[in-house]
Every structure is written in C-alpha cells, then in structure tokens.
Write a new protein. Structure first.
Length: 78
C-alpha cells in the first residue's frame, strides 16, 4: 500500500507541472522544475530530485501517476 503522507498532488498545464500549494512554505501555484515528459520517466522507475523553487526544499520522486507524485519520504503531516 502506498503511504498517503509520501504523496504530493500536482497539475499539468501543457508541458508544465505545478503544485497547487507547496507543502513546506505554503506558496500557491508553484511551477516545478519538471516537464510533463519527465513524469513518464518517473513512472518508468527513474528517481528524480525535485527542488522547490519557492523555498529550496527538495524531494526525490520515486513514482507518479496522473494526479500524484510519490516521494521517498513523508511530505504531508497527519
């Protein structure tokens, strides 16, 4: 079972990947340094370091589906 606290919802607009809200600093509509084509390589099993431009926090994405990124560590608080 996938741990919910390791997931992060995202949106794609054309080729850009956005977060509705940064889980660390609360900034809204954060453009990630990630393109839609990178999501496919993450889905195939390649890990990818993602540095949030708003606060410089970082996660390692280990998987993705159409709505969520799966990180290697907890992101959400209970």
């Amino acid at each position: 079972m996938i741990p919910f606290e390791n997931t992060l919802p995202y949106e794609t607009i054309q080729q850009d990947v956005y977060l509705i809200e940064c889980p660390y600093c609360g900034e809204r509509n954060v453009l990630l340094p990630l393109k839609a084509e990178h999501l496919e390589t993450i889905r195939e099993g390649r890990k990818r370091l993602i540095v949030f431009p708003c606060c410089r926090e970082q996660i390692t994405a280990v998987n993705a589906d159409r709505d969520y990124l799966l990180a290697s560590r907890p992101i959400r608080r209970h």
